[in-house]
Design a binder for this molecule. Structure first.
Ligand code: SF4
Length: 375
């Protein structure tokens, strides 16, 4: 099954006991979520992946009931509302007298695709108030509608605008202590797949073979893609004019908003040793000795701005609601987040007047080659 960050996210929302978990289990054909008449049975969101015909791999998310009367309401609501950020489409289950009109309006304000699913009869008056598509509680019809709604959404390609069919690409991939044993990291796998999809030829090498490969095939190359951590070394080895980018820059274009990230990197020019910076990783992993987010980027930042700068770290979904105290937020490649969640986080940070950048772009800036790379 595809990485979660590349799956379409479909959230199921509605008031407590309206039938959300029943719908979740119906769509997935298994009893994943506990179905009960008791309020607040679903607390944390439940995620399950499924291949939807005509749409591909999707992640269905069962959420806690909106506006239930339990003490945990506030927490559950917060978690359910966070899920909205990552949804490509929201299924809202409705029953007569159990429709959260304000919530539906809020989804519209957030520009989310919405489908209502009817669980039981609705009065004429209620039906007249509903502006959205209303579906029966029927698995096949709902899945078909999902494929219709999401199947035609044009995906941004990882290499769109950077290469054309037939181009020759060189991928420089260090296989050092930080590389996972026996496999390639996701951005590298995704880049190779994008090369195939675009009809490009891909050569791969480790940094220690770069000189040799450039000697043998350098003049026929159209683009070099490297790990950001060795930007400067690779740039130095390349012939003049051969375009260079990095895997994390590709991920920044694909998942995030590259213009905001570049503007955020330039914010560094206005900062000094009083700067407060937040480094945010989208997943939890045990930091290695020379971890890029924990060690290398902080070292480069301190070298540029001074030893006294304050750097905080957050991981996964533990992102603060208020980031106003920070001068800059630096986000990882976010390969574990989908585009919707990454964009929502960028919007959240920018709405508070704070600059945001990402690992690849900030490294290019700190190594003074941002103006020389392709993005
Ligand atoms: S820290 Fe970010 S870029 Fe690295 S693996 Fe986790 S989600 Fe992906």
């Amino acid at each position: 099954m595809e990485n979660r960050g590349n799956q379409k996210h479909i959230g199921i929302f509605g008031q407590s006991n309206v039938g959300k978990s029943t719908l979740f289990n119906l769509l997935l054909d298994q009893d994943y979520s506990i179905v009960s008449q008791e309020c607040g049975t679903t607390t944390d969101p439940v995620y399950k992946a499924m291949e939807v015909p005509g749409l591909g791999p999707c992640l269905f998310i069962d959420t806690a009931g909106l506006f239930d009367q339990t003490n945990l309401e506030k927490d559950r609501m917060k978690r359910s509302l966070k899920v909205i950020e990552e949804c490509d489409l929201c299924l809202v289950v409705v029953q007569e007298g159990m429709i959260s009109w304000d919530f539906i309006e809020d989804l519209h304000r957030k520009k989310k695709k919405i489908l209502l699913v009817q669980n039981g009869p609705l009065s004429k008056e209620t039906k007249a108030k509903i502006k959205e598509d209303l579906l029966p509680f029927n698995k096949d019809l709902i899945l078909k509608k999902l494929a219709d709604e999401l199947g035609d959404v044009k995906e941004v390609g990882l290499l769109d605008g950077l290469v054309k069919k037939g181009d020759r690409l060189l991928l420089v991939m260090p296989q050092d202590i930080q590389a996972p044993k026996g496999r390639l990291i996701l951005p590298q796998v995704m880049t190779l797949r994008a090369c195939l999809d675009m009809g490009c030829l891909a050569l791969c090498c480790k940094p220690e073979n770069l000189d040799q490969i450039l000697k043998d095939d350098g003049k026929d190359l159209d683009l070099v893609i490297t790990d950001s951590q060795i930007f400067k070394e690779v740039k130095k080895a390349l012939p003049q004019g051969l375009p260079l980018t990095s895997f994390s820059v590709l991920m920044a274009r694909y998942k995030g908003d590259i213009k905001s990230y570049v503007a955020g990197a330039h914010k560094l020019d206005q900062l000094d040793e009083n700067a407060k910076i937040l480094i945010s990783e989208a997943c939890t992993h045990a930091p290695m000795e020379e971890d890029i987010g924990r060690v290398k980027i902080p070292r480069l930042l301190r070298k540029k701005l001074g030893q006294k700068i304050k750097i905080d770290f957050v991981r996964g979904l533990d992102f603060p609601d208020n980031v106003k105290d920070y001068d800059l937020v630096i986000s990882c490649g976010s390969c574990m987040f989908n585009r919707q969640r990454t964009l929502a986080r960028i919007d959240q940070v920018k709405a508070q007047g704070v600059a945001i950048s990402n690992y690849g772009i900030i490294i290019a800036k700190l190594k003074r080659i941002l103006e020389e790379i392709r993005y």
